[in-house]
Design a protein around this ligand. Structure first.
Ligand code: ADP
Ligand code: MG
Length: 677
C-alpha cells in the first residue's frame, strides 16, 4: 500500500526531500526537532564579539575586494560604531560581490574568530538591509536537513504544521500526572521556539522537561509497537514440544561435565517455552565460552522427543562444521543421526541430505544459511536455532522467520546487548542470559604491545609452542578490500614461517575451500599445528581448549565486539592464557579508547555497555538495517526513563487501548503499517 504523501504548502520536489528525511506526512513535521538555534533577536556590537560564539551584527560595508592569497577569496571590510569586522567568502557569486558595495548596510550572522586584522567571520550568512527592518522575535531554529532543502522552507512548513496538526494529548491524565509529564503541545512549542534571551545553560534547563516528555513518548511508542508484535506472535500456533525427557536426560548423564547453575536455569526456561502451544522466540545471550552449544543440543533433543525436526544454523562454515562434529559426537551414543547441510557441499551429498530432511525421517540438521535456501523443505520442523544470530543479515533472518513461522525459535548470541538496549529493541523477544562461566576457567591476561616489539612476541610464541601449547595469530583486518586482506594474511603466514621454521604453522582464511578450511581446523584441534595464522574467520565459536595465546596484529583496526570475541578463543582450557594486542602508532582517539576498554575489561556485558556509549545505539545494533525505527530523541542510557516507558506501555495497552493506538499513530505515522508487515 502506498500512502499519498501530503505536505500542505510543499511542492512535489520538496515533498521528496522531506521523505528523504524520513518525514512522510505533515504530522511528522512537528516531530522534526531543531539541532540548535541562532539568536537573531538582537544585535551584538562588534567590540563585544566573542570568538567562537555565533552572533548577529549590523554593519556597513567599507570596502570589498578580491584577494588572491592564500587563495582566491572575497574580503569585505565592514564596521559599526564600535569596531571593524572582516567578512571572508571563499566561494562567492558575482551577484554577492555586487551587493557588498561600500556603503551597503548588512545584517550578518556568523561565528567570529580572531584574525590578524581583528575579528572576522568566515562565510557568514548575510542580508542587505533596505531601511528599518524589525529584529526576529524568536530564536531561529536550525533543523536537520538534506541537500537541496533550505532552512527557510523547512521552517515555514514546520511552523505551518505546528498550527495545523492536532497536538492533543494522547495519554490519559492519570499517566501524565503519575509520570510527571510536561504537556505535549507545550513541549513541542518550547522545543521549536524557545523563549529568547536565555543563556545557553538557561536554555538547556528551560527545555529539559520538554525533551524528557518527547523522549518518553518516543520510547513509549516503541514499547507499544514491540508489545503488539509480541502479542501477535503469541496468537499464532506452534507444535507443543513437551518431550518426555528420555533423550535430554541421556545426554545430560553422558556429558563429561555438569551444567552450571545458569545453564540449568536457562534450560528450564527453554524447555518450558517449547512445551507451549505458541512459538517460542527467545534470545539466549551468553558471553563467549559460557556454554550455549549444549543448551542448543538439549533443546533440539526435546523437539525430537516430541516427534519433530530441529535445525541449527551457524553463520560460518567453520562454526557450523564444528557444531556438526560436536553434536554428532554427543548424539551418536543416543543412536541419533545428524544431517549436514552447507552451500559448498557436493551436489550428490546435498541432494541426499535434502531428501532426508524432506522425508522427515532425520530429525537433526546442522548447517550454514544453506538451511534456509529455497528448495529446503522440512517435513516437520519444530525448532529452529540460530547461533551467533547477529552475524546473519536481515534477508536471512527474514527467510528463517518465514520458514519457521510456526516453529519455535531460539537465537543465540555472544555479543551481549546492554540491558536497556535489549529492553528497547528486543522487547518482542524473551531473553535468557547465561551469566556464569563453566568452572575452571582462568581469566585471559590482556597485553597491549606496540608493534615495534613484535620480535619479542614472536620469541614468546616460539617458547610457548615448544612447551606444547598452541597459538592463534590473527591477521590485520582490512575492511575495504578482501583481496588485500587475503594478501596480508598470506604475507603474515610467509613471514612467520621464515621466523619460526621449527614450528608447524597453518593458515586459514575466508577464501579457502570448505574442505581445506575444515582440514586446517581439524589439524589444529588435533594439535598437529602449533601456530594457526588466521583472519577473522575464527572470530566466532571456534573452540580449541589447548590454545593459550592469541596475538592480534593491528588490534587498533578491530571493533570492540570483535576483539572480545577473538580473545574468547583462548582461556578455554586449564593453562593460563593471554591475548596480545599489537598496535601501530599513532592511535586515533577512538582506537585508543577501544583498546583501553578491552584492556581493562573481561566481562562482555561491560564491554558492550561501553561500546554502546562509544558508538551510539544505531551503529551498535545496525538498527537501520533491521527495519526498526531508530530512536531519535531518547537516550538508552537513561534506564529510569526506559523503565517508566515500559511500565506505561503495559498499562496503556491493558487499560486504555485506544490511547495506545493514537499514540502509536502519532509516533510511527506511515511507518506503523510497515512495522506490522
Ligand atoms: P559458547 O557459549 O561460546 O558457544 P561453548 O558452547 O562453545 O560456548 O562452550 C565452551 C566450552 O565449554 C566447550 O568446550 C563446552 O563443551 C564447555 N562447557 C560447556 N558447558 C560446560 C560446563 N557446564 N562445564 C564445563 N565445561 C562446559
Ligand atoms: Mg558458540
Amino acid at each position: 500500500m502506498t500512502k499519498v504523501v501530503i505536505f500542505p504548502g510543499a511542492t512535489a520536489l520538496v515533498a521528496a526531500k522531506l521523505e528523504k528525511l524520513g518525514l512522510t506526512c505533515q504530522a511528522d513535521l512537528v516531530l522534526h526537532l531543531p539541532l540548535r538555534f541562532e539568536d537573531e533577536t538582537r544585535i551584538t556590537p562588534i567590540a563585544e564579539a566573542v570568538p567562537g560564539e555565533a552572533a548577529q551584527f549590523e554593519v556597513t560595508v567599507v570596502s570589498s575586494e578580491i584577494a588572491y592569497r592564500p587563495r582566491r577569496q572575497l574580503v569585505c571590510r565592514t564596521e559599526d560604531d564600535t569596531g571593524t569586522l572582516l567578512l571572508r567568502f571563499l566561494n562567492f557569486y558575482p551577484s554577492q560581490q555586487k551587493v557588498l558595495q561600500p556603503g551597503a548596510r548588512l545584517r550578518v550572522f556568523g561565528e567570529p574568530r580572531g584574525g590578524f586584522w581583528g575579528s572576522e567571520l568566515i562565510h557568514p550568512r548575510f542580508r542587505v538591509l533596505h531601511g528599518e527592518e524589525p529584529l526576529a522575535t524568536a530564536l531561529t531554529p536550525v533543523y536537520p536537513t538534506t541537500s537541496g532543502l533550505g532552512q527557510g522552507t523547512l521552517r515555514r512548513l514546520i511552523e505551518r504544521a505546528l498550527s495545523e496538526v492536532d497536538l492533543g494529548e494522547t495519554l490519559p491524565e492519570e499517566l501524565v500526572n503519575r509520570f510527571h509529564l510536561e504537556d505535549f503541545a507545550a513541549s513541542l512549542r518550547s522545543l521549536h521556539a524557545p523563549q529568547p534571551g536565555l543563556s545557553a545553560d538557561e536554555l538547556v534547563a528551560a527545555q529539559r522537561p520538554a525533551w524528557q516528555r518527547i523522549a518518553f513518548d518516543e520510547l513509549l511508542a516503541q514499547q507499544i509497537s514491540l508489545r503488539q508484535s509480541y502479542a501477535a506472535r503469541r496468537a499464532r500456533g506452534a507444535p507443543v514440544l513437551a518431550g518426555n525427557g528420555t533423550l535430554t536426560h541421556r545426554l545430560l548423564t553422558q556429558l563429561p561435565f555438569k551444567l552450571t547453575g545458569a545453564q540449568q536455569r536457562v534450560w528450564q526456561e527453554i524447555a518450558h517455552d517449547l512445551a507451549e502451544p505458541h512459538p517460542m522466540q527467545r534470545l539466549l545471550q551468553g558471553d563467549v565460552g559460557s556454554g550455549k552449544t549444549v543448551l542448543a543440543a538439549l533443546a533440539m533433543l526435546q523437539a525430537v522427543e516430541a516427534g519433530y525436526q530441529a535445525a541449527l544454523m551457524a553463520p560460518t562454515e567453520i562454526l557450523a562444521e564444528q557444531h556438526y562434529r560436536k553434536l554428532a559426537a554427543w548424539l551418536a551414543p543416543l543412536g541419533l543421526e545428524v544431517v549436514w547441510l552447507s552451500g559448498s557441499q557436493k551436489k550428490k551429498d546435498k541432494a541426499a541430505a535434502l531428501e532426508k530432511v524432506g522425508a522427515g525421517g532425520t530429525a537433526l540438521v546442522v548447517g550454514t544459511h544453506a538451511l534456509i535456501e529455497e528448495g529446503v523443505e522440512f517435513a516437520r520442523l519444530g525448532l529452529a536455532i540460530v547461533d551467533e544470530q547477529h552475524r546473519f543479515g536481515v534477508r536471512q533472518r527474514l527467510a528463517l522467520k518465514q520458514k519457521g513461522l510456526h516453529s519455535h525459535q531460539l537465537a543465540m548470541s555472544a555479543t551481549p546487548i546492554p540491558r536497556t538496549l535489549a529492553m528497547s529493541y528486543y522487547a518482542d523477544l524473551d531473553v535468557s542470559v547465561l551469566d556464569e562461566l563453566p568452572p575452571g576457567r582462568t581469566a585471559v591476561v590482556t597485553k597491549l604491545v606496540g608493534d615495534k616489539r613484535r620480535d619479542e612476541i614472536v620469541e614468546r610464541v616460539r617458547a610457548l609452542c615448544r612447551e606444547g601449547q598452541q597459538v592463534y595469530w590473527v591477521c590485520p583486518l582490512i575492511e575495504e578490500s578482501e583481496t588485500l586482506q587475503l594478501k596480508t594474511a598470506e604475507e603474515t603466514y610467509a613471514h612467520l614461517r621464515a621466523e619460526l621454521p621449527e614450528l608447524r604453522i597453518g593458515l586459514v582464511h575466508g577464501r579457502l575451500k570448505t574442505d581445506e578450511k575444515v582440514a586446517v581446523m581439524a589439524a589444529f584441534v588435533r594439535n598437529e599445528i602449533h601456530l594457526l595464522v588466521a583472519t577473522t574467520v575464527i572470530e566466532v565459536g571456534v573452540d580449541v581448549p589447548n590454545a593459550s595465546l592469541m596475538v592480534i596484529e593491528h588490534a587498533e583496526r578491530f571493533g570492540l565486539a570483535q576483539l572480545h570475541q577473538l580473545r574468547g578463543r583462548v582461556g578455554r582450557g586449564a593453562a593460563e592464557s593471554a591475548c596480545v594486542l599489537l598496535y601501530a602508532q599513532p592511535l586515533s582517539e577512538t582506537a585508543r579508547a577501544r583498546l583501553k576498554i578491552i584492556y581493562e575489561n573481561n566481562d562482555g556485558f561491560e564491554i558492550a555497555r561501553q561500546d554502546l556509549h562509544l558508538r551510539g545505539p544505531g551503529e551498535f545494533i545496525g538498527a537501520r538495517q533491521s527495519g526498526l525505527p531508530l530512536l531519535r530523541f531518547a537516550d538508552l542510557e537513561d534506564t529510569l526513563l526506559v523503565d517508566a516507558a515500559r511500565a506505561a506501555a503495559e498499562e496503556l495497552l491493558t487499560r486504555w487501548p485506544e490511547h495506545a493506538e493514537r499514540h502509536l499513530a502519532r509516533w510511527l505515522g506511515g511507518r506503523a503499517e510497515l512495522l506490522k508487515a
